[in-house]
Design a protein around this ligand. Structure first.
Ligand SMILES: [Zn+2]
Length: 187
């Protein structure tokens, strides 16, 4: 098949028609998707108005596919910067302000220099000014307490929070920030 179709990503749904993953959104290249269709591992749910052709056949590029076999999702969300921000709805947990991702930092409630650990229950989203204001002080010294007590969210909660944003917004806005999606090292 030879045709110039560079960027027709396919949204991959689980067998229950929910995205295989939300963060990052499960997208395959059209090549991967077409291959899975030929291998009869997926059903085509929706197609692009664009076809690829070989000498013998043509095929519409799938825009949405669903797996034939259900893949169980892990119950515990990955501990990533992205998921910390998503848990906190991209808002500073000290002043409550909502910010663009690139203006957010994450803050150790109990600073690492005071023995605070990098875990769900000690890491919160903070805007740059609040993070600076707090510095390396304990909450009772700085007077800055998180608006909500941080804890590990469920996948359901993350998905719920994600729906507050326009479709693909998070994915698009984070394209250049793949670094944020790497797993944090618990300490
Ligand atoms: Zn703030």
């Amino acid at each position: 098949m030879s045709v110039a179709v560079e960027n027709f990503p396919t949204l991959v749904l689980n067998a229950d028609f929910r995205p295989l993953s939300y963060f990052p959104l499960s997208l395959w290249s059209w090549q991967e998707a077409v291959k899975a269709v030929f291998l009869q591992r997926v059903n085509v749910v929706s197609e692009y108005d664009r076809a690829v052709r070989s000498p013998s056949r043509a095929m519409q590029l799938p825009s949405v596919i669903s797996l034939k076999q259900y893949v169980p999702l892990s119950r515990r969300p990955a501990f990533t910067r992205f998921n910390v921000f998503l848990r906190d709805r991209f808002s500073c947990q000290y002043c409550g302000g909502a910010y663009q991702a690139e203006h957010l930092t994450f803050d150790h409630v109990v600073p690492r220099s005071r023995g605070g650990r990098t875990l769900w229950n000690n890491v919160v989203t903070a805007c740059e000014p609040c993070n600076l204001r707090k510095g390396h002080r304990l909450p009772h010294r700085s007077g800055l307490y998180p608006l909500r007590v941080p804890r590990q969210p469920t996948n359901h909660e993350l998905q719920h929070n994600g729906r507050a944003f326009p479709p693909n917004y998070l994915h698009e806005s984070w394209r250049d920030f793949l670094y944020w999606d790497t797993e944090l090292e618990p300490s």
